[in-house]
Write a protein that binds this ligand. Structure first.
Ligand code: PMV
Length: 348
């Protein structure tokens, strides 16, 4: 190191911002994350790839409260308790360990996802929390390190740190090596003007958490390993399709990857089934659109709701067709959105 460069301060000597606010958006995977190799470190078994959305941001503020005996967490105006509180406190413990402090925090998080919209708020939630907490505790992390940190709250949150199309590397080697390698980065794309039409067919809570379902699938499904290895090939093809700006190829690969993931769950013992009759009705309407010459392709996560990838120019038509198929459902149109960032609220 050159003598005239400032020496990095040890974590505990860094001045902390004490209060920071961050905004992050949800993402939808086109190549799915399903299955962990390490539950504690949240290391996935497969690489995944997603699009960060431009709708439904989460805004989270973290204020250090040295006087407080415990963390105080408010989610959408209500005091968090149970599992939700435990996950946030565990995450803050990780940040505190790195900052070399035991100071508790006051966390306030607001989601703009309409209640039960079926869009996982854990990705935007933990991405926003990672960015705000790292700033408040003065960790001085770059985007890659923030992605690695957000991963520990919820795997898919690692992708919401970045905007647009994003790949999350599974990481390889020993758990310590994989912990370092398992982070997200933006993916180069050609001329794409995509939209995701989100069809909410059931706004109720999911019967089985994704965490539990993926563990059960890895443990019992004879289709898990074949899907995981075909997912590697899907990812390579997806990168090529994105670079070429080929929305049809992107959609075909995304749809088969998602259906394959659901097949692994259907083959688990006993089966985990998130797909509902209304899901299949939407899938039929997507087929119908394709028969009419509109490139539209479906993907589903750990729930019955469907996200339809299409050209932005076709989004209104796709939304109309999907809404007609499930009149009781609600339909939203999303485009590619930005990565997580600190907001100006705290005078930045
Ligand atoms: O990040 P988690 O633990 O909520 O898992 C998300 C898993 C899927 O949404 C089903 C797939 C994905 O890659 O987002």
């Amino acid at each position: 190191m050159r003598a005239d460069l400032p020496t990095p301060l040890a974590a505990r000597e860094r001045p902390t911002a004490r209060r920071a606010t961050a905004v992050a958006h949800p993402n939808i995977a086109l190549i799915k994350y399903w299955g962990k190799r390490d539950e504690h470190l949240v290391l996935p078994r497969v690489d995944s790839l997603s699009m960060t959305l431009d709708v439904f941001p989460t805004t989270t503020s973290v204020r250090l409260a040295p006087e407080a005996g415990q963390d105080v967490v408010t989610l959408d105006g209500r005091a968090a308790d149970g599992e939700a509180l435990r996950r946030v406190v565990d995450f803050l413990d990780l940040v505190r360990a790195r900052a070399g402090t035991t100071h508790r925090a006051v966390v306030d998080s607001e989601n703009t996802v309409p209640t039960g919209a079926g869009l996982a708020s854990s990705a935007s939630g933990f991405a926003a929390l990672a960015v705000a907490a790292a700033a408040a505790y003065g960790l001085g992390l770059d985007a890659t390190a923030l992605s690695r940190l957000a991963r520990r709250g919820s795997g898919s949150a690692s992708r919401s740190v970045f905007g647009g199309f994003v790949v999350w590397h599974a990481g390889s080697g020993t758990p310590q090596e994989a912990d370092l390698g398992s982070c997200a980065e933006p993916v180069p794309t050609g001329a794409l003007d995509p939209a995701l039409v989100v069809a909410v067919v059931d706004a109720g809570p999911k019967p089985v958490s994704s965490r539990t379902a993926m563990r059960h699938t890895v443990d019992t499904s004879p289709l898990y390993e074949p899907w995981a290895s075909s997912s590697k090939a899907d990812l390579a093809e997806m990168r090529t399709a994105l670079l070429a700006g080929d929305i049809e190829a992107v959609g075909q690969i995304a749809e088969r990857n998602a259906l394959g993931m659901h097949a692994t769950m259907l083959a688990a013992r006993p089966a985990v089934r998130y797909l509902a009759p209304a899901t299949l009705t939407v899938l039929d309407s997507v087929l119908e659109l394709r028969r009419d010459g509109v490139p539209a392709y479906a993907t589903m996560d750990a729930g019955p709701n469907v996200k339809v990838l299409c050209r932005r120019a076709d989004a209104a038509r796709v939304a109309e067709a999907v809404q007609a198929a499930v009149p009781a459902g609600t339909v939203h149109i999303a485009g590619p959105g930005p990565g997580a960032r600190l907001s100006d609220e705290d005078g930045r």
